[in-house]
Ligand binder design. Structure first.
Ligand code: AMP
Length: 304
């Protein structure tokens, strides 16, 4: 039986432009992507807020995937909104607009039933909110605390973010963010500087070029799954983290080997996220699809 994972992060309505097309008012948010992906592996508890404009049918879909929504509040007002654009290389998103809306005054209440959740993931959201969720675990620290963030918070809320980093075990960020956070150009220097801020385990995602895992027991490098056609990379980072944390939730021992296999699970799940707009592809994903692509990835990286 997989361990439970609690996630806090955004539940959003996105406007997305990619070289493959444009979609308005589409479901998004770091916690939504994370919950959908991680629910392939483990039971999820979601802490977030949505406004009165949020479509209840989307919540039913999450519930049907085994996502516990007791920690999700619906309040009067507008749901978080984000607009982003991807260039011809489908690389880092350019943020066109961020409207925090109901997240401006959100004070997360952690239901009593969530307080002993063994794995916690602080998906991309205001670092003060991430910190407040950790406060609820004072006295009974989770087995593993992971987190994500982005340029918006690295530049805008650095002090709050540094406090969060000092309290976590695992950080999952992309390469541009790693350079921005550390101020270092060389990837080893950047990793050393970030790990000195708190998280002893660091995953640096490099988009189409894969991911690096810096762990106290060594370095692991995974390629991405090469895709012939991409539609929309939105949520790929959150989905990657969901595969990593979800896989770890199925492990008794969280050692270097488990993290390596978790990075491969994240890589496989993220590849599906890029193949459709919003959640289109991930929502239709089956266990067989996942296992086949994992075999394909393992074949691509195995040598005698
Ligand atoms: P990813 O592509 O994995 O970085 O995740 C994209 C998702 O993150 C989108 O669905 C957005 O709604 C959400 N997002 C974008 N900016 C922020 C932000 N500043 N805080 C929280 N979530 C955000």
């Amino acid at each position: 039986m997989a361990k439970q994972i609690l996630v806090v992060g955004s539940v959003a309505i996105d406007d997305i432009e990619t070289p493959a097309g444009h979609r308005s008012d589409s479901l998004g948010g770091s916690a939504t992507y994370f919950s959908t992906g991680a629910s392939f592996f483990a039971p999820i508890r979601l802490v977030a807020v949505v406004g009165s404009d949020f479509d209840a049918a989307e919540l039913d879909d999450l519930r049907s995937r085994g996502v516990d929504l007791e920690g999700l509040e619906q309040v009067p007002g507008k749901t978080f909104r984000w607009a982003g654009r991807y260039g011809a290389d489908f690389g880092d998103a350019e943020t066109l607009d961020t409207q925090l809306n109901v997240f401006e005054d959100f004070d997360p209440k952690i239901p009593e039933s969530y307080r002993e959740t063994p794995l916690v993931f602080l998906a991309n959201i205001h670092p003060e909110l991430q910190g407040r969720v950790l406060d609820a675990f004072e006295g009974h620290r989770p087995e593993l605390i992971g987190a994500d963030t982005m340029n918006f918070w690295i530049t805008g809320q650095r002090d709050a973010l540094l406090k969060v980093l000092s309290r976590i075990d695992l950080l999952v960020i992309n390469e541009t963010e790693a350079h921005m956070l550390s101020g270092k150009k060389n990837i080893y220097d950047a990793a050393d500087a970030i790990r000195a801020m708190g998280p002893k385990i660091l995953v640096i995602k490099r988009g189409a070029y894969g991911a690096l895992l810096f762990h106290p027991d060594g370095l692991f490098v995974a390629p991405s799954v090469p895709l012939r056609k991409l539609a929309d990379p939105t949520g790929a980072g959150d989905t990657f983290a969901s595969g990593l944390m979800g896989y770890l939730a199925t492990c008794d021992t969280l050692n270097f080997e488990a993290f390596k296999r978790g990075v491969l699970a994240g890589t496989v799940l993220a590849s599906f996220a890029c193949e459709g707009f919003s959640f289109d592809r991930v929502k239709t994903l089956t266990r067989v699809d996942f296992d086949e692509r994992m075999m394909q990835l393992r074949a691509l990286i195995s040598v005698d």
